[in-house]
Design a protein around this ligand. Structure first.
Ligand SMILES: CCCCCCCC/C=C\CCCCCCCC(=O)NCC(=O)O
Ligand SMILES: [Zn+2]
Ligand SMILES: [Zn+2]
Length: 504
């Protein structure tokens, strides 16, 4: 990594040319007989199926926790690097795959395809996890135990499942002598849970220095949603085409300290509490109608029974009604507005001391139709108290909306692969990623950023992400591997949109 920065852009480009030249001249797997080889079925032997679930369990057992920007389990992060070497030997020994470690722990794989005329794409995932104190877990969070057909543990949905499934699918394809035609990158971040500024950002800078632009990328943060919208009986595969922005604010009030026996009329705690209470009780404006949600609901309309289908098909008339219904539920509410979450509150040192300082942290997730600047202005108006200082800790705007039309390669490839792997899923619709991911660091190298995990998600599973009892069924994980196995092949053979069976 350091070498790239020291040597500068020119040397980097020269080195890359050398690597590619070596790759192109290499003998072995890149034999002519495999060029344009026919499709490899996504069928795995019993032995392979056991190996893939054991590999995921092993990954869960490595406690790669990101505690804060300053603190992570670096021993575990390093161990994870050794672990993937061990369980995916073919990925690491194939001559047309270049592996680089970035910023000590993140991993970048360059899979050089046989057809340089095809624009590359990129698969993203992260292997750091949020902390998991054992309280409340049915099985210890870093045990990777299998129980009742589920693999349990922190990271089984967010996001070691994707890390392992991507490498596993590639390993299985390589074992079957598959040679990709379209080049692709695999970027595995080690600090996504604390902003990705060491992993994803540096990988992105590295690729930018090499002049690389990808057709699209696929990252975490959306699923096949099941049971999230009342009346929508069928599951819906949502490929998110944008990601919310974020604003972390520190609110601080300073007052004169003193003896609690003679308190002033207002204290730092009281002033701050009133300010954060105003923020909580004054939701940001409902933005329904701006951003991709209207398009999503219009596409879902036919899947609802009467009269909801009519209502959703006529949003020009029923917009106020639908927007009110959306904000009633705490999950669908996230789709219509910038959310306000009070997450930290600190003040006081002793029960008989009036504290000089009170601090609170508020985390806003910014709706795609708003900006950091607009949210800040709204916050100032709501707080409306000069004694409350506002300090921006971190802020970034929502991501631009990626295309989802017939010509959008990434969206259409995902749609095609969803239709083949999940034939029972009738709906594929564009959506919004309500959280934040490593993707935002890649906006300079692609206009096609898509979020999709090929896994069914029910509301209780959503609560397990960053919560307790996170788990994935063995069958769901196998299907995820199968999905990526197919996606990589589809990226090589895609010729255009396939009409969905219900559109015929
Ligand atoms: C018809 C379907 C409506 C669906 C409603 C959307 C519900 C959203 C559900 C799940 C999203 C899960 C997001 C998980 C990604 C986590 C990424 C993360 O943790 N990043 C860090 C951060 O944001 O702080
Ligand atoms: Zn994640
Ligand atoms: Zn997360």
């Amino acid at each position: 990594m350091a070498r790239w920065y020291v040597c500068g852009l020119a040397l980097a480009a020269a080195e890359l040319l050398l690597i590619f030249a070596t790759v192109f001249s290499a003998k072995g797997l890149r034999g002519k007989e495999f060029q344009g080889a026919s499709r490899i079925p996504s069928q795995f032997s019993e032995e392979e199926r056991v190996a893939m679930k054991e590999a995921l369990k092993g990954a869960i057992r490595i406690p790669t926790v990101s505690f804060s920007h300053e603190k992570s389990n670096t021993t575990a992060l390093a161990e994870f690097g050794e672990y993937i070497h061990k369980v995916f030997p073919t990925v690491f020994s194939t001559n047309f795959i270049q592996h680089e470690v970035v910023e000590q722990y993140s991993h970048l794989f360059t899979v050089q395809g046989s057809d340089p005329s095809l624009q590359p794409y990129m698969l993203l995932a992260h292997f750091d996890v949020v902390p998991a104190p054992e309280e409340g877990w049915e099985v210890p969070p870093f045990s990777g135990l299998e129980r009742d057909g589920f693999i349990h543990g922190r990271g089984t949905l967010d996001n070691k499942n994707s890390v392992m499934a991507i490498l596993q699918a590639l390993e299985l394809l390589l074992i079957r002598n598959y040679i990709p035609q379209r080049s692709f990158f695999i970027a595995l971040g080690h600090d996504e849970e604390v902003s990705g500024t060491r992993g994803a950002l540096k990988i992105s800078e590295l690729l930018q220095a090499r002049g690389i632009q990808v057709a699209f990328l696929v990252d975490e943060c959306s699923f096949i949603f099941d049971g999230f919208i009342p009346n929508l009986k069928k599951p819906c595969a949502m490929v998110s085409v944008t990601e919310k922005g974020a604003l972390d604010l520190l609110l601080q009030v300073n007052m004169t300290p003193g003896h609690s026996s003679a308190p002033p009329k207002e204290t730092s705690i009281g002033i701050l509490a009133a300010a954060v209470s105003r923020l909580e009780n004054t939701p940001m404006p409902n933005m329904f109608g701006s951003g991709p949600l209207k398009m999503t609901l219009e596409q879902l309309a036919n899947e609802f029974p009467f009269p909801t289908n009519i209502v959703l098909k006529n949003l020009w008339l029923f917009r106020p009604l639908v927007s009110r219904l959306m904000e009633r539920n705490y999950i669908t509410n996230t789709l219509v507005r910038t959310t306000t979450a009070l997450t930290m509150f600190n003040a006081g040192v002793k029960v008989n001391v009036i504290p000089p300082v009170a601090q609170a942290s508020v985390n806003f997730r910014i709706h795609p139709a708003q900006t950091v600047h607009e949210v800040l202005e709204l916050v100032k108006n709501i707080v409306a108290d000069d004694r409350v200082q506002l300090h921006v800790l971190r802020a970034f705007d929502p991501l631009p909306i990626s295309p989802s039309d017939d010509k959008a390669l990434g969206y259409q490839l995902l749609r095609q692969t969803i239709q083949s792997i999940f034939p029972e899923v009738d709906i594929v619709a564009p959506g919004i990623c309500i959280a934040n991911t490593d993707s935002r660091h890649y906006t300079n190298i692609t206009a096609g950023i898509y979020h999709f995990n090929p896994v069914y998600l029910q509301p209780q599973d959503f609560s397990s992400i960053h919560g307790i009892n996170e788990k994935i069924s063995v069958q769901a994980y196998e299907t995820q591997v199968k999905f990526i196995f197919e996606l990589i092949q589809n990226a090589d053979t895609y010729t255009g949109p396939v009409p969905h069976v219900h559109e015929l």
